[in-house]
Ligand binder design. Structure first.
Ligand SMILES: Cc1cc2nc3c(=O)[nH]c(=O)nc-3n(C[C@H](O)[C@H](O)[C@H](O)COP(=O)(O)OP(=O)(O)OC[C@H]3O[C@@H](n4cnc5c(N)ncnc54)[C@H](O)[C@@H]3O)c2cc1C
Length: 382
């Protein structure tokens, strides 16, 4: 078992993640999905093996590595269980927020335990009235002595009710538009914070998506991450600058699993004495799936490398990687169901779960429509 402060190369990280995911996370994935069980067992394993600290610098006890490493670890975990991968990505987003913008006290307080998996993080931006537009949040945080008093709600938050701490976007000055938005770390047991019941989602079923309610929730001023009014920058760096690459990695992992299962099935399924793989119709499905998956993997690596070498380009590269990966994963898993025929429509054969999980990623982390608009606006200089 590697300790958190040892250095990993990018390939070592990927190989470690692949082995851990296959041997220790995949075996319970079906049951987690069926029973909507939060992947605490997997979180502990990722903490013990150092994988929760990917992307966090060695200065803070992480194993380092850029977005390329982070995306490849998310992909490997997702090949075993996309729900676990989403919990992982949400955790890393919270850790990156604290690392990049938190005070020395904040980094010392939360990062060491987060990296070991003893403190699970999540992020809470979305609200019923804001959709993918973070600038439209309504949750307020008013200064009162040494505390902020938070009122409002967050909707559809991954790991809500399970995670120990939340990177929460709040409005500290309603008069200042985007410059009146800040980021707070809010602990799960804070007085005034409560959680709704788990959403009954189509896929990603063990991620515990819940509403969060803040009613005069008192949060110490020391929990401010970044400057007051600098919340959009914090979210920009952590969610957009890193999270989108993790999201793309999740989709790439789902697509790769669908390809592998389909190839295996096409060679093993015998009809009238022949494997279905001999039919051109099945071959066409499989070749399209392979090309879509390889194109996703190549684009993801290219975008992550560009973002690592030029962090100002991270947002646009993340949008491209996430949009392409999430939409391709839906197409690939849809084709996988076709390759498996009626079996593909049944739970025992996994691809129906892959399809359900893939679908969620076209909505989360900004919808595809927003991403298309963002990419076009950047090209058109609008
Ligand atoms: C599985 C899952 C996990 C999630 N986890 C988290 C989490 O951990 N933290 C968090 O903060 N959020 C989380 N979310 C919320 C997610 O970020 C939002 O669902 C997403 O931003 C879309 O918002 P919405 O659901 O309100 O859709 P809406 O904004 O209501 O969108 C509905 C439709 O309208 C379109 N639309 C809306 N506005 C525009 C526009 N301006 N231009 C073009 N089209 C538009 C959309 O593209 C979409 O087709 C999660 C969501 C899912 C599905």
């Amino acid at each position: 078992m590697k300790q958190n402060n040892e250095s990993f190369g990018q390939h070592e990280l990927k190989d470690l993640a692949r082995r851990i995911a296959k041997e220790r996370i995949a075996p319970n994935a079906v049951e987690r999905d069926l029973k909507c069980v939060f992947p605490w067992d997997a979180v502990r394993i990722l903490g013990e093996t150092g994988l929760l600290s990917v992307g966090v610098s060695e200065h803070y006890g992480g194993v380092g590595g850029g977005r390329t490493s982070f995306a490849s670890v998310a992909r490997e975990i997702s090949r075993a269980c996309a729900s676990t991968a989403l919990v992982y990505v949400s955790h890393v987003i919270a850790a990156k927020g604290i690392e990049t913008a938190g005070s020395e006290a904040a980094t010392k307080k939360w990062l060491p335990e987060m990296l070991k998996g003893q403190c699970l993080g999540a992020f809470a931006v979305h609200e019923p009235g804001c959709g993918s537009n973070a600038g439209a949040i309504a949750t307020t945080a008013q200064r009162d002595g040494d505390n902020y008093v938070v009122n409002g709600s967050k909707f559809f938050i991954t790991s809500a009710g399970e995670a120990d701490i939340y990177l929460v976007l709040v409005r500290t000055d309603p008069e200042k538009g985007p410059k009146g938005i800040s980021t707070l770390i809010i602990e799960k047991d804070s007085p005034g914070l409560s959680f709704g019941s788990a959403e009954d989602k189509m896929g990603l079923k063990s991620t515990s998506s819940r509403e969060m309610f803040f009613t005069d929730c008192r949060v110490p001023v020391g929990n401010l991450i970044g400057d007051e009014g600098g919340g959009m920058q914090v979210i920009g760096k952590a969610v957009v600058g890193w999270g989108f690459f993790g999201a793309a990695g999740i989709s790439a992992g789902i697509a790769r699993s669908a390809v592998e299962i389909s190839i295996r099935h096409a060679t093993e399924r015998i009809i009238a004495g022949q494997p279905i793989a001999v039919h051109q119709g099945v071959q066409f499905l499989i070749s399209d799936m392979i090309l879509g998956t390889e194109a996703t993997e190549a684009l993801l690596v290219a975008c992550a490398e560009r973002a690592d070498s030029s962090p100002d380009s991270a947002a646009l590269n993340g949008f491209k990687a996430k949009l392409f990966a999430s939409e391709t994963a839906v197409e690939v898993t849809n084709k996988a169901i076709q390759v498996l025929g009626g079996h593909g429509y049944c739970r025992d054969y996994i691809v129906e779960r892959l399809f359900r999980d893939a679908r969620g990623l076209t909505v989360h982390f900004k919808t595809s429509e927003w991403l298309r608009q963002d990419i076009a606006k950047a090209a058109l200089d609008l």
